[in-house]
Write a protein that binds this ligand. Structure first.
Ligand code: HEM
Length: 207
């Protein structure tokens, strides 16, 4: 099989592994609408699966394969992409590569180097203590939106005709709403968030 085809197959296979985790992950954040306790309880259950010694390395490997094969496809097709859908696929893919690498890395650092539980409060730290939300609200919102924009492009290219366009547009709209809701949850839009001191201590020396 041609190398380019291997890369596309690896991108799709790792996308399936990631998609199963991300559906759970984003649902977990939506559960935050019902309070911090609901978010923590959901995560405790979900972690039994995605943090199990057999599955977590597979998830992190899928993230790595996704990033490497995505960036390689952008490189191989550089300068040839035309039109809204092709360009959006590249821009959303590049942001996702940056976000996924950065986000997963800092979650692992918080856990291993700072001994913090990387739960609701970790994300809320960066979304409640001023002036951090100025940077982190767009950072997180664009992570969620880029994911849905990327799925919108995949739907557009794989589903023929106007149905593909409509499914793509639905992904854009759904992604924008979900990004806004999730970031609002962690910013404390629906209830007061009382950060434990250990999480404040993570960022306060830098402010
Ligand atoms: C506002 C949106 C998001 C927030 C607040 C958030 C927050 C978190 C938190 C708190 C963890 C630690 C989970 C744990 O310790 O069990 C985590 C892990 C992770 N997140 Fe997100 N996340 C968001 C969106 C995303 C998106 C869009 C992606 C992918 C594109 C993503 C990919 C991951 C990955 C790969 C991990 C590592 C899982 C692990 O091995 O523990 N997240 N995220």
């Amino acid at each position: 099989m041609h190398a380019g085809r291997w890369i596309r197959v690896a991108h799709r296979v790792s996308a399936v592994v990631l998609a199963i985790f991300l559906a759970t992950h984003l649902l977990n954040h939506v559960a935050g609408l019902w309070g911090v306790a609901a978010h923590l309880a959901f995560m405790d259950e979900a972690r039994l699966v995605y943090r199990s010694p057999a599955l977590e390395p597979m998830l992190l490997a899928a993230a790595l394969v996704q990033i490497v094969t995505g960036v390689e496809q952008v490189r191989a097709g550089w300068g040839t992409r035309r039109g809204f859908w092709q360009r959006t696929q590249v821009v959303s893919g590049l942001y996702l590569a940056f976000f996924l690498a950065n986000h997963a890395f800092w979650v692992l650092v918080a856990r291993s180097s700072y001994g913090l539980d990387s739960n609701f409060y970790l994300a809320a730290t960066f979304l409640t203590i001023a002036p951090l939300p100025i940077l982190f609200a767009p950072y997180y919102a664009m992570g969620v939106f880029a994911l849905f924009a990327h799925l919108a492009c995949a739907a557009h290219f794989r589903i023929q005709g106007r149905t593909g366009d409509r499914v793509g547009q639905a992904f854009f709209a759904g992604g924008a709403v979900l990004a806004g809701v999730i970031v609002a949850v962690f910013m404390g839009a629906f209830y007061d968030i009382h950060l434990p001191p250990a999480y404040r201590a993570l960022v306060e020396p830098f402010l």
